[in-house]
Design a protein around this ligand. Structure first.
Ligand SMILES: CC(C)(COP(=O)(O)OP(=O)(O)OC[C@H]1O[C@@H](n2cnc3c(N)ncnc32)[C@H](O)[C@@H]1OP(=O)(O)O)[C@@H](O)C(=O)NCCC(=O)NCCS
Length: 340
């Protein structure tokens, strides 16, 4: 006997919502701990300020507020959502997931819900999965959230990370559409270099015992990175993947209106755009300047900021691409959400 299968439809981004922590932190507040300068940080990364969440802005708080913003803009309620994907590497509970905590808090405790870990590529991994779920008829409306409180896992004295990472949350709702609003994903990894960005030590090694097996203290896991290795990989490999994402969607750089790469480093963003020969007409997101690197949250945060500044870009064609710890990447061409 044949098994019945579901039929889905094309998908599109219906809305984007965000939450940015209230506290804006200038380079001046960071530099003393890492023997750096405002000039060095701006010249190497483009970052002038970033946002750090306080104790009343937990990862879950930020994820919920971003989700509520996205729901409001799409004129939907949490009850309309059948699937929730939270991309994060900083939710402080291994289990249960941030996605179920969010559903419990927002009042729809029956939707499918899970977290994914693809670091700074997590949002684009989530968009790809949501698109596939809608196409296959598995889901009708998917809430995809990138949320990070990286300050919980960053050593403020680490010269390689302290000035880069920041906090925030961004969410999109992906639903059914008559026309394709999300192109095929181009994704992959360079797992040979998975040590280039690490959260260390493992939870199981974090407890420090003395010879009598008494707990002496905790070695808190923090993110470390080999900056130059990551930089080279992003510039050489990820821009090629970005080009393949354009090819897969059947568009060229000349058809694009907007480029929203992961906000890791302004020099990486500019080099990618140059390598891909993007015309000056393409608007390039540069949220990194004011909001730092918020990992899985960076693309929806940058998307929302760009649409606030350029409302004429609602519904236009964008290339999004995320990359980070793993090393992993994912990118696709999308139509930006319609004007709320
Ligand atoms: C982290 C990053 C900004 C460091 O810049 P860099 O040019 O590679 O820096 P290097 O480590 O090679 O060090 C160059 C010099 O700057 C100094 N330096 C390093 N960190 C510094 C800091 N925070 N402040 C001031 N000087 C610093 C070094 O001591 C070195 O000095 P020297 O030339 O006198 O020996 C850069 O590698 C980067 O952005 N990489 C990508 C990382 C990334 O995007 N990660 C997230 C991916 S999701």
């Amino acid at each position: 006997m044949a098994i019945k299968s579901r039929q889905g439809s094309e998908s599109q981004i219906l809305s984007v919502g965000t939450y940015r922590p209230k506290r804006l932190v200038p380079n001046a507040e960071i530099v003393d701990k890492i023997e750096s300068t405002d000039e060095w940080i701006q010249q190497r990364t483009g970052i002038a300020t970033r946002r750090f969440a306080d104790q009343n802005e937990s990862l879950l708080d930020m994820a919920c507020w971003a989700a509520e913003d996205a729901l409001k803009k799409a004129k939907l309620t949490i009850g309309d959502i059948d699937t929730v994907i939270v991309a994060t590497i900083t939710f402080p509970f291994q289990a249960p997931s941030a996605a179920t905590a969010l559903l419990q808090r927002l009042g729809n405790p029956t939707a499918a819900a899970f977290d994914i870990n693809a670091a700074c590529a997590g949002f684009c991994y989530g968009v790809s999965m949501a698109h596939d779920f809608v196409k296959a008829g598995t889901s009708k409306k998917v809430l995809v959230i990138g949320a990070e409180k990286l300050t919980d896992f960053t050593n403020p004295f680490d010269r390689a990370t302290a000035f880069i990472f920041a906090d925030g949350a961004g969410a999109v709702i992906i639903g059914e559409s008559d026309e394709a609003g999300i192109g095929p994903v181009e994704w992959g990894s360079d797992a040979e270099n998975r040590d280039a960005i690490l959260m260390n030590p493992a939870w199981t090694d974090a407890r420090n015992y003395d010879e009598q097996k008494t707990l002496e203290g905790i070695v808190w896991p923090n993110i470390s990175q080999e900056g130059q290795k990551v930089f080279r990989w992003a510039v050489f490999s990820v821009s090629k993947a970005a080009q393949r994402a354009l090819d897969a969607a059947g568009v060229t750089v000349n058809d694009l209106d907007v480029f929203i790469p992961h906000q890791a480093n302004l020099r990486i963003i500019e080099t990618m755009a140059k390598d891909m020969k993007m015309p000056d007409s393409v608007l390039i997101a540069d949220d990194i300047r004011t909001n730092g690197n918020t990992s899985a949250a960076s693309i929806p945060l940058a998307m929302d900021a760009l649409l606030e500044k350029h409302p004429e870009m609602h519904g236009k064609l964008a290339l999004i691409i995320g990359y980070g710890a793993g090393l992993v990447y994912a990118g696709q061409v999308v139509k930006l959400p319609p004007k709320p």
